[in-house]
Design a protein around this ligand. Structure first.
Ligand code: BT5
Length: 325
């Protein structure tokens, strides 16, 4: 109903609408109108009120509040429900707490900024305002051994949404979880799994993308290695539209994965990849390797040709030529 109030204000394009008219059009009480207006204000909308004239929406927010994201969202379950926070420690943490309480799959948690954003293996993820930092709860009825495939699902969905929206084919995926542009990191995926012996209970897919940010303002230890959509396209990007596209692509590829298995995801991943057929340095728990990345295996492991033989890399970090590491 809050969204309906917002839509009504928007449809009057900056003109006043009386509380009485809103109440009548939406068939709610005047008190309910007032409560929804207060809630919208708390979300960041600037709504002017004047006695006898009513309410007027002043300008549109660029915050990713529910009213901005849910209008036009073409999904059945991804992004529904949608939990919005101005700030969180980590959207993955909050999504995990919600999943534990039993929220349905598709539940999405987004924060404008994270104070303790996480990468893999306890690494930090720098997440100031202006990026897209969100997590989606999924409950695939699959064996936990297949959980790592979900990172590929998210990577393909992300690459597809970025290509379609920005009309650039230059954004690629680096195994297993990085979005890259000209060798620089644009974003990443953190997949976390909770399960029983033979069945996944839930997966948390965390996606981070540097959108309307300036790489040179990033911490000095990473600013030479990162990029942002603002840098790539030379202007600010509509984050709400991009988020809607990401959620729709994630839902689409998730259903492909559930219904047809990993093969079509793997095929799409190979089309978007930015690391196969290249000489790489790979840091693995067993040490460093240098070789040629020749393929991803049927389960997503990286196949590296080194010293005349093929090694399967299940976990590790890739460094492309010229990477500072
Ligand atoms: C990742 O880890 O790339 C996964 C990042 C996932 C972030 C999302 S945001 C929403 C959700 N909530 C969370 O708390 N996390 C997820 P990894 O491959 O381990 O890469 C981490 C490394 O990337 C760091 O050690 C830095 O070197 C670098 N890095 C940190 N912040 C970055 C940023 N904003 N952009 C690009 N690189 C960054």
């Amino acid at each position: 109903m809050k969204t309906a109030v917002l839509e009504l204000l928007k449809s009057h394009r900056g003109d006043f609408v009386s509380g009485e008219q809103i109440a009548r059009d939406l068939n709610i009480s005047r008190t309910a109108v007032w409560k929804h207006i207060s809630a919208l204000r708390e979300e960041g909308y600037r709504i002017e009120s004047r006695s006898r004239r009513g309410y007027r929406l002043q300008g549109v927010t660029d915050l990713l509040v529910p009213g901005e994201v849910l209008t036009g969202l073409a999904t059945r379950f991804c992004g529904r429900p949608y939990y919005y926070y101005p700030s969180l420690v980590s959207t993955n943490n909050t999504a995990k707490e919600l999943a534990r309480k039993g929220v349905p799959e598709g539940t999405t948690v987004l924060a404008e900024e994270q104070s303790g954003g996480r990468g893999r293996l306890g690494r930090n993820w720098y997440s100031p305002r202006g990026g897209l930092w969100f997590s989606v709860v999924l409950r695939p009825p699959l064996h936990p051994a297949r959980g790592s495939e979900a990172t590929f699902v998210a990577a393909v969905a992300g690459a597809e949404a970025l290509h379609n929206y920005l009309k650039t084919a230059e954004i690629g995926i680096k195994w297993p979880n990085d979005f890259l542009w000209q060798g620089k990191k644009l974003g990443g995926i953190l997949t976390e799994l909770t399960g029983e012996m033979d069945r996944i209970s839930y997966l948390i897919i965390g996606i981070g993308l540097n959108v309307n940010l300036d790489p040179h303002k990033f911490p000095p230890e990473i600013n030479a290695r990162v990029t942002s959509l603002r840098q790539i396209v030379g202007r600010d990007v509509d984050r709400a539209e991009l988020l809607r596209r990401l959620l729709a692509a994630l839902e689409g590829w998730y259903l492909v994965w559930r219904e047809d298995g990993f093969a079509p995801v793997r095929a799409a991943w190979k089309r978007y990849n930015a690391c196969l057929d290249r000489t790489l340095r790979v840091s693995t728990p067993e040490g460093e390797l240098v070789g040629q990345a020749v393929d991803v295996d049927l389960d997503g492991a990286l196949l590296l040709e080194t010293g005349g033989r093929i090694r399967r890399i299940v976990t590790g970090e890739l460094f492309l030529e010229g990477d500072v590491g």
